[in-house]
Design a protein around this ligand. Structure first.
Ligand SMILES: Cc1cc2nc3c(=O)[nH]c(=O)nc-3n(C[C@H](O)[C@H](O)[C@H](O)COP(=O)(O)OP(=O)(O)OC[C@H]3O[C@@H](n4cnc5c(N)ncnc54)[C@H](O)[C@@H]3O)c2cc1C
Length: 414
């Protein structure tokens, strides 16, 4: 079949990967050139540990407290915007224990499927993308957070994940080159990390060699439909006919859905990262600095630190205090590393595609007979990309999906 994918981020490329292997004629359309965007400057975690969805009890009140501080890891730009208001109301309704209880097993299934598939991709893709399989820390400063983390580790065990609970000294024993100042940590052994930009490049090189067609610098502007089917994609460079259409355009998924006459709840959740090169001494493990919602990714002498979640639309305005807050948080946990202050004007930023319950949209939409969604993975796009790609291939091929898809139904808010 002719399968057209809108969006060449990590979700679009992983979908293309599995679809072309199944023998489909695949075309990927992207308005950029697949060298930058949310799938490039992220932390590169593959995290089965992240089975708790974003919408959790207490998140709304915590978010409101964070809103009062210009250096907090969360910010909503106050504005009258009907899409944001609809999204916010649904997020508020979904931030409860039942959502977590219902969603976590499904998110776990997706993350574990993806983690397995990453082992295949590591072997199958031609270029290395520095995938390092040694786990990821959840490091905490306060005993209260420690208790919460221990509770999460117990839940993780019920999903078959392996963790090691560590005292401050034990954390230090793992971190042989830099001093760590924490109240404790939990090491999630099944997690791994990679260079997200190299992963994208490797996928892109493979797909080009394997006859996937790319329409780059090409903006999708509309669709032609007939008899309940999307027959072609209209772009600023011409029309592309399709038997099947996959919408994988990240945080812009809501905008493109309007062109199909569909309302899909989606907000861009902006995050920042900064990179340090040629460090003489570096972290041995990636870490989430839980109390400060900051993350670190070390690969040899290279280090990325990142964080924040800003709901400010697709604005390219960098908020310097929030970038600096990432650096300040890092220093609290690794006080002697002396990382220079970042040049905030050069901070990388990307827009996470965030749904109101923190669960991605993966599946067919019944408005058209050949429309499939693959998006809304928020902070888990890289973690869940390989599994999502496999599922998209299974959906389009009419196969039984490897995991149950009900929790990811794109029509669940309709
Ligand atoms: C600071 C930060 C750290 C993160 N760390 C991690 C991590 O460690 N692990 C993890 O799993 N996730 C992480 N994420 C999240 C992850 O980066 C995203 O979930 C993922 O990149 C989303 O991929 P995507 O393919 O859905 O969207 P995108 O990468 O945004 O791709 C969508 C593509 O669609 C194209 N597009 C949009 N509209 C159109 C149109 N009309 N016509 C043509 N093309 C269009 C865009 O150009 C874009 O290339 C992080 C995010 C941030 C911001």
């Amino acid at each position: 079949m002719k399968v057209t994918i809108v969006g060449g981020g990590v979700i679009g490329l992983c979908s293309a990967y599995y679809l072309q292997k199944a023998g489909h004629e695949v075309t990927v359309i992207d308005r950029g050139d697949i060298t930058d965007g949310c799938s490039f400057g992220n932390m590169g975690y593959i995290s089965p540990s992240h089975f708790i969805p974003l919408a959790t009890p207490g998140i709304v009140s915590q978010g409101l407290k964070w809103m009062m501080s210009s250096t907090s890891p969360f910010y909503i730009k106050p504005r009258l915007n009907i899409d944001l208001m609809r999204w916010g109301m649904t997020f508020w309704k979904k931030s409860n224990a039942k959502n977590v209880e219902d969603s976590a097993p499904h998110l776990n299934n997706l993350l574990q499927l993806s983690r397995e598939r990453m082992n295949d991709l590591k072997k199958e893709l031609p270029d290395s993308f520095d995938m390092i399989e040694k786990g990821c820390w959840m490091l905490y400063k306060s005993e209260k957070t420690g208790e919460h983390e221990k509770h999460l580790a117990e839940q993780a065990h019920t999903f078959g994940l392996k963790t090691i609970l560590c005292t401050p000294q034990q954390v230090q024993d793992y971190e042989t080159e830099v001093e760590v100042n924490v109240a404790g940590g939990v090491l999630y052994i099944d997690d791994c990390h990679l260079s997200s930009a190299k992963f994208m490049q490797s996928l892109f090189n493979y797909l080009q060699k394997n006859k996937v067609k790319f329409w780059l610098h090409t903006e999708v502007t509309g669709f032609e439909k007939s008899n309940g089917k999307i027959t072609s994609v209209t772009t600023d460079k011409g029309n592309i006919s399709c038997d099947e259409l996959v919408i994988a355009n990240g945080s812009w998924l809501g905008n493109i859905s309007k062109l199909l006459g569909l309302k899909m709840l989606m907000q861009p959740g902006k995050g920042y990262s900064v990179v340090y090169n040629e460090l003489e001494k570096n972290l041995q493990y990636p870490s989430i600095l839980v109390d400060d919602r900051t993350a670190t990714t070390p690969i040899n002498k290279w280090l990325r630190i990142g964080g924040t979640m800003e709901l400010s639309g697709h604005s390219d305005n960098i908020l310097p205090k929030r970038v600096m807050a990432i650096h300040t948080a890092f220093k609290k946990y690794y006080p002697l590393m002396n990382l220079p202050e970042p040049d905030v004007t050069k901070a990388w930023y990307g827009y996470r595609p965030v749904t109101p319950d923190g669960m991605p949209y993966i599946g067919r939409h019944t408005a058209y007979s050949n429309l499939t969604y693959a998006g809304g993975h928020a902070m888990l796009g890289v973690s869940a990309a390989a599994g999502t790609g496999q599922l998209i291939k299974e959906i389009i091929g009419g196969e039984k999906p490897a995991i149950k898809l009900t929790a990811f139904n794109p029509e669940r808010f309709s």
